[in-house]
Design a protein around this ligand. Sequence first.
Ligand code: HEC
Ligand code: HEC
Length: 379
Amino acid sequence: MRVIAKRSTVLMTAAVLGLVLAIGFAQKPVAAQSSDQKVEQAFKNIKALNGQPADMLNPTMVFFEASLGVGCPFCHDDDANKRDIDSKPQKLIARQMIEMVNSVNKTTFHGARQVTCFTCHQGRSTPIGVPNVTNSPLPPALGEDYIASLPPPPAVPAAVTVNQVIDKYVAALGNVQQVASLDAVGTVTQRRPGRDFPSQQIEIFSKAPGMGLTVTHAGQNDNLLSYGATAGWARAGQTAPRDLRKAEADGAMLEDPYNLPAHLKQMLLEPKMDRPERIRGGRDVYVITAKTRNLPKVQAYFEKETGMLARLVYYNDTVFGQYPTQIEYRDYRDVGGRKVPYQWVISQTRNREFTYAMQTVKAAAIDDVKFAKPSASSR
Ligand code: HEC
Ligand code: HEC
C-alpha cells in the first residue's frame, strides 16, 4: 500500500513537472553547457531575464532580432564587446516589453507562452496597430537594413498652407459660389468588385451646404441614412429610425460627394500640412491631417497638379484603437457648373471595398422636410 501511495506521488510530481514544462517558462533545456547556470550568473547586467537558464540568452536574442526585424545594435551598443551596457533606449524598452510579455502570459494565459514579441511586432520595430482596409499590401517588414536603404521621407511643405490647398481644390471644382450653394440629386450604383454581392442602387440627396440623405434600395426594403447640421438618423427597412452616433454623422458628412467641398474647411479642426506622398497612378499629393468634432483623425490627399481631392481617410475611435475608412475619388466631371466625382471607392474594415458609380446627377432644389426624421410608425 505504502509503495503504491509513494509511486502515485511520484507520478503526480512527474505530471506536475510535465505541466510546468509544457507551460514553458520554467523549461529546462536538455544537456547544454551552462544550463545549470542562471542568466544573471553568466552575464553582467541582467534585470529582466533573471532566473532563466543561461544558455537561453543567445537564442532569445536571435528571437528578438527576428521578431523586430532588426540586428543586435538596434538595442545594443555599437561596440559588440559591450552588450552589457545600457547605451540605447531600445534596450530599456525591450526590458519593459519582456516584463509586459511575462506578465500577460502569466495573468491571462495561465503561464503558457501564448503572446510573444512576434505576436505584435511581426518583423517590424514598430507594430502596426491599425487594421489595413485597402487591398494594397502593408508596408514590408524587412528590417532595419531595408529601412536604412529607404530615401529620407519628404519634408512637410513649409511654403504651402492648408488654406491654400483647400482653396485651390474648391477653385478647381468650379465657380466657388456654385460649389457651396447647389443642391444635388443623383443615383449611384454600388458594387463590390470581385465578390458575389448584388449591386445596389442608391439615391443621394445633398442639400447645400450641410444636409444629406442616402436611400439604398436593398431588396424590398429601403435603408435610409441622413445627416444634418446638428444630428442625423438612420432607418433600416421598416424598423424604427435611430439617431446616428456622433462619429457616424461626421463620417456621413465626409462621405457625401456633393456637399464635401462646401463643408470640408469647417469640418477640419486643427488642420496641419503633413508629409506629401505619391499615391496610386504616381500622382503627387499634398496631405492635410486634421480631426473633426467627433473623429480623432482625418487625412485629405490633394493632387499637387490639379488641386483635386484624390483621397480622404477618416478614423473611428474605439476602446482599443482607431480604424480607418478610405475614400478614393475618380473621374471628376462637370455638373451644372461644378465638378463632382463620377466614381469613388470606399474601403472599410474586413476588406469591404465598394465602388460607387454615378448613374444620374442633376442640380435641383430639395425641401428640408426630405431630411426630417420619420416617426417610428411612418412608412
Ligand atoms: C530588441 C532588443 C534586443 C536585441 C535586438 C538584442 N538584444 Fe541582447 N539584450 C537585450 C536586453 C533587454 C538585454 C538585457 C536583458 C535583461 O536585463 O535581463 C540583453 C542582453 C544581452 C546580453 C547580456 C549582456 C550582459 O552581460 O549583461 C548579450 C550577450 C546580448 N544581449 C547579446 C545580443 C546579441 C548577440 C544580439 C543579436 C543577435 C542581441 N543581443 C540582440 C535586448 C536586445
Ligand atoms: C502587446 C504588443 C507587443 C508585444 C507582445 C511586444 N511589443 Fe515591443 N512594442 C510594442 C509597441 C506598440 C511598440 C511601439 C511603442 C511606441 O511607439 O511608443 C513597441 C516597441 C518596442 C521597441 C522600441 C522600438 C523602437 O523603434 O524604438 C522595442 C525595442 C520592443 N518593442 C521590443 C520588444 C520585445 C523584445 C518584445 C518581446 C519580449 C516585445 N517588444 C513585445 C508592442 C509590443
